[in-house]
Design a protein around this ligand. Structure first.
Ligand code: NOJ
Length: 481
């Protein structure tokens, strides 16, 4: 599908629809050992030789901790209506439980006030993967049930501290990566390679979600505040009818392992069956699914590309699957990227229609649950130039990407999808986890030597979108509407 048919100004976002940008603590803050912050599993992992590209760590990252005032002013200059950030658990509770670090709480409190002063709605994620290292050491991290209860206490503390001001709360961000990349494939912190560990982690994340939703409901006081979870529910597309069964298996272990307990109150029977060679699920206790299943106000969805799936009996996932990953219970599943599509610097395919169809389908499945696109964006190799004597980044690829995905979101709304917001990933170039600082996702460039910020063309385009609430014409920049 080609989105060129939708012209500038043709469709618009209604009042109340939130447009903004997103980040995560470990990816931008730096100041890893300052003002009482304790280490997280990402500090340990990124300092492990060979774990990240070029040995990159989040020690300095985008330097946001010290440049928060600059970043707030940039957000205001871009007319953002919402800013999604995550709280570093080990900054507010250095050991994950027990002692509270008031300097850490103060940093986020000032950030929230700074946003509100500029008319920007704060959207807070509690867990964007940077679990306190102390909980990894004490309980085996998300493999341990106790970590879910520590998360509940953490939620209670930040809920009480910021519950009068935060517009939207999310418990977890992409628990799929947290559990399967972190504990199954070992490509993310804490670097464990064990299928049963990944399944345990997934369950304890679900349990922690339910406990945290209740803790937030007990503590937050802002009457219209909303509670959500951010899932990277995959848009799963089998290649042919012969691949539908493979797609079902992937959908079970990647999507329904979270939506089942969290949204429907039970793990799907096919998932339990598919994974029984890896675990007997003894860690799933009676009553757990009811705890996971708390009413939420909003479903956060991160979208980057379609998961194209084929069934391949001779497939050796350990060798071949997208960088050597494998999924318990879906060994024959091959994820592939069709040829002939645009690719980003991550090599991800560019398929905006996947977002449109995904939002429509998700909304049809759960008409009463509003959806917010909590992340969408792309890494491209940027070139710094000078325009009128000033530094500039004319990132046409990223701008084109955003134009088409915003159009896809508008089109999904036209088709009846209950979508209430769209956030760009990311406000700033940042630490892209194991890929380090190579891939740049920001609409604002960060020079990693000087930490200087330069809004890119995509940022100017997005600002115009926020101001006009419709696809802007930017013909002077050479971007077709
Ligand atoms: C999803 C994650 O939430 C975010 O941390 C990451 O940087 C982006 N995707 C891009 O990979």
């Amino acid at each position: 599908m080609n989105y060129d048919a939708i012209k500038a100004g043709e469709l618009s976002f209604p009042p109340g629809f939130m447009l903004g940008a997103a980040t995560a603590a470990y990816q931008i803050e730096g100041a890893a050992a300052e003002d009482g912050r304790g280490p997280s599993i990402w500090d340990t992992f990124s300092h492990t030789p060979g774990a990240t590209a070029a040995g990159a760590t989040g020690d300095v990252a985008a330097g946001h901790y010290h440049q928060v005032a600059t970043d707030l002013d940039i957000m205001a200059s871009l007319s953002l209506e919402a800013y999604r950030f995550s709280i570093s658990w080990s900054r507010v509770m250095p050991s994950g439980e027990g002692v509270v670090n008031h300097a850490g709480l103060g940093f986020y409190s000032d950030l929230i006030d700074g946003l509100l002063e500029r008319g920007i709605s704060p959207i807070v994620t509690l867990n964007h993967w940077d679990l306190p290292q102390a909980l990894e050491d004490r309980y085996g991290g998300w493999r341990g049930r106790q970590t879910a209860y520590a998360f509940e206490r953490y939620a209670e503390i930040v809920g009480a501290a910021f519950g009068d001001r935060v517009a939207i709360w999310s418990t977890h961000n992409e628990p799929w990566n947290n559990s399967f990349a972190g504990y199954g494939h070992g490509v993310f912190a804490p670097g464990i390679k064990n299928h049963e560990a990944a399944l345990k982690a997934a369950h304890h994340l679900n349990l922690a979600h339910g406990l945290a939703v209740s803790a937030l409901r007990r503590t937050i006081t802002k009457p219209d505040a909303k509670i959500s979870i951010v899932l990277n529910i995959f848009r799963v597309e089998p290649e042919t009818a012969a691949d539908v069964e493979a797609a079902r298996r992937f959908d079970a272990v990647a999507n329904r392992i979270f939506t089942g307990p969290v949204l429907d109150g039970a793990y799907p029977a096919d998932l339990l069956e598919d994974t029984k060679t890896f675990t007997d699920w003894e860690f799933l206790r009676p009553g757990d699914e009811a705890i996971c299943h708390q009413p939420i106000d909003l479903l956060g969805v991160n979208y980057y590309e379609i998961m194209h799936i084929r069934d391949r009996a001779d497939f050796d996932p350990a060798q071949e699957q997208m960088g050597g990953t494998a999924f318990p219970g879906s060994e024959r599943v091959e994820l592939f990227r069709p040829t002939g599509l645009g690719r980003t610097a991550m090599d991800w395919t560019v398929e905006p229609w996947g977002l449109e169809n995904h939002l429509v389908a998700l909304s049809e499945q759960r008409p009463d649950l509003p959806i917010m696109v909590m992340e969408n964006g792309a890494a491209f190799d940027d070139v710094v130039t000078e325009v009128d004597g000033k530094l500039a980044v004319i990132d046409r690829d990223r701008t084109r990407f955003l134009i088409d995905h915003v159009k896809a979101t508008l089109q999904a709304r036209e088709r009846g999808a209950n979508v209430v917001g769209y956030l760009v990933w990311s406000l700033l170039d940042n630490f892209e986890w194991a890929a380090g600082y190579g891939p740049r996702f920001g609409i604002v460039r960060v020079d990693y030597d000087t930490l200087r910020r330069t809004p890119k063309l995509s940022a100017h385009w997005f600002a115009e979108l926020c101001r006009t609430r419709t696809i802007p014409v930017l013909s002077d920049a050479g971007i077709p509407a």
